[in-house]
Every structure is written in C-alpha cells, then in structure tokens.
Design a protein around this ligand. Structure first.
Ligand code: 3HC
Length: 295
C-alpha cells in the first residue's frame, strides 16, 4: 500500500495516547475511528480531543474551521469489528500489557481487511511477539508516539523480525503526513530508544526520593534546571501516566535485568490508582487541568 491509498485510520484505545493520536490523524485529514471497550472510555477520549482542539485554536496553532473539521472526521465507537471494517491502517494504543495487546490482535486479525497495516504504539513490548499473533507479521510494525502526541514531534518506527520494508516506509510516510518526524528503530529491543533512556531516569528519580536523599520538588528542580528538560522527572511521570512508566519498567526488568528494577514508590502509586494527570493525582495534584500541588 502507498501513502496515497491511506484514507481511513482506526485508533484502538481512547486513553492518553490513543485520543492524542486520533487527534493528530484527523488534523492530517484522515477519517478516524476511535475505539475503546466501553462508551465511557470512548466518550472521555472524544471529549479530550474536543478540549485539545479548542485549546489549539485558542492559541492560534490552528483555526476554528480546522478544529471543527478534525472533530467531524472522528467517529467514536465501541464495536471493534465496525471500527476496523474498512480501514487502511490500525494504530493500536491499548494498555501496555502483552496479554491485552495480544488478545486485541487475535480479534483484529479476523475483523480487519487483508490490506490493512497494523501499527502498535507500544512503549516497550516486543513488536515481533505482538506481530506473531497475526497472520500479517510482515505488515506489522511499531509506531511509537510521545505524550502529548499533538505537541511531541518524534515518532519511533520500529521493525519487528518479520516487518517488510514497504510497511516501514509507509508508516514513516504516514508519520510525516501527520507532521511528525519519524526515526527508524532497527532493533526490536525492550523500550526501543527513547524509553530505554527516559524510564530509567524516572525510576532513578524515584529511588532518590525513596531513599530519602532528596524530595520530589528538589529532584524536579534538578531535572528541569540542571538537565534542561521541559518537565521535572516526577512531573513527566505524571504526564505520561505512572502506570505506563511502571509497566515499561516491569517489562524491561524481566527482559534486561536488575538495572531496571522498578522503585516501590512507583508501585505504591499504581496500587493506589494515583496515576498522574489522568486521575487528577500522581506525585502532584491537578486542579483545573493545571499544575501542581505536591502530594
Ligand atoms: N492539547 C492542547 N493543548 C494542550 C495539551 C494538549 N494535549 N496539553 C497541554 N495543553 C495546553 C495547556 O493546557 C496549556 O494551556 P494554558 O497555557 O492555557 O494553560 C498549554 O498547552 C501549555 O503549552 P505551552 O506551549 O505554553 O507549554 P510548554 O511550553 O510547557 O509545553 C509541553 C508543553 C510540550 C508538554 C512541554 O512541557 C514538554 O515538552 N514536556 C515534556 C513532554 C515529554 O517529554 N513527553 C515525552 C514523554 S515519554 C513518552 O510519552 C513515551 C511513553 O511511551 C512513556
């Protein structure tokens, strides 16, 4: 399939990443089906897109007509079969658990047309293992966006062991069409490139606090003003979702060894359901969508 053949895109999962990816695809002119497992999740994702488009228009990054047109291109759905029945590309952004993703791919294989290319937004999991659940592992690759997708320019395009060149070129071209800069990741290793660097940074920040060497605000000040990152390590964990970082670490720990052992501070937050901005509480509290009262 060539880029010109791509007209309809399905985004599976309307959470933090899924709704942002759907927004980016709709702004690029694609018809998008946005699917999640229940009405509440899919509506929540759709509402967040509406909010985000409004913000972008308010800040003159797009105009009101572009915002309205993008929203109109997005069809929120719960029925998986209907969501993928006539799409050219599926971008999957369901929770970062191998079993959940593999289940989705097993269903997808029977519902999606033969021509459809599958791209996963996994943050860390093996593209090869995911692709082998399908019968199109050559037309399967990673397409990893960063949070928030509307603002972050990079997309990692990751080759699994069976991915063919046409698929990688298509997904790179699609990323460019979405106004993103793709980088090709040749080796399907846990965490790929960005998360291999970033998630240990968040984990080490948590170990510093866990051991009592410094508090959250001090660590965040050092990551911002010493390393020049746009957000502190804990602010960033809240932005991406503490559960997302934790699941990536768990997987990297299992695959790559003890250097990636997740700090208990992260596990505690996940167990408490304090996952960051998306739940209103993480390492900070969020009121009115703003930052931030330390918890
Ligand atoms: N859509 C539209 N507007 C948004 C928005 C969204 N999704 N998210 C935030 N905004 C709005 C805010 O509400 C705020 O509006 P306000 O001024 O009216 O209150 C405004 O955008 C802030 O925008 P600014 O450009 O003024 O803010 P910044 O210059 O601080 O930029 C940022 C924001 C781009 C998010 C910046 O802080 C940043 O780059 N942070 C780091 C993010 C990052 O590193 N992401 C990668 C994480 S790793 C990852 O995702 C991988 C995964 O697999 C774990």
């Amino acid at each position: 399939m060539e880029l010109e053949d791509v007209q309809r895109v399905a985004v599976l999962g309307a959470g933090n990443m899924g709704h942002g990816i759907a927004e980016v695809a709709a702004l690029a002119g694609y018809d998008v089906t946005l699917r999640d497992i229940n009405e509440e999740f899919v509506q929540n994702g759709y509402d967040q897109i509406e909010w985000s488009l409004g913000k972008l228009a308010e800040k003159d990054r797009i105009n009101d007509e572009e915002a309205d047109a993008a929203l109109e291109r997005i069809e929120p759905l719960v029925d998986l079969e209907a969501a993928v029945a006539d799409v050219d590309v599926v971008i999957e952004a369901v929770p970062e658990k191998m079993e959940i993703k593999q289940e989705v791919y097993a269903d997808l294989e029977s519902y999606a047309p033969d021509r459809t290319v599958f791209a996963t937004n996994t943050s860390s999991l093996s593209i090869t293992d995911l692709s082998e659940v399908t019968e199109r592992s050559e037309r399967f690759c990673g397409m990893h966006f960063f949070n928030p997708p509307i603002r972050m320019p990079l997309v990692e395009v990751i080759a699994g062991a069976h991915t063919d060149e046409a698929t990688l070129s298509l997904i790179e071209a699609l990323a460019e069409e979405m106004d993103k800069t793709p980088v090709r990741v040749h080796k399907d290793s846990p965490g790929f490139i960005v998360n291999r660097i970033l998630v240990p940074l968040m984990n080490e920040a948590a170990w510093i606090v866990e051991s009592g060497d410094a508090n959250i605000e001090t660590v965040d000040a050092t990551t911002k003003y010493g390393l020049g990152l746009p957000m502190g390590a804990f602010e960033l964990a809240d932005q991406v979702g503490i559960d997302v970082g934790y699941h990536v670490l768990e997987y990297m720990h299992g695959e790559l060894g003890d250097a990636y052992r997740p700090c208990p501070l992260l596990a505690e937050k996940v167990e408490a359901g304090d996952l960051g901005k998306k739940t209103g509480v993480g390492f900070y509290e969020y009121e009115n969508g703003g930052v931030n009262i330390p918890t």
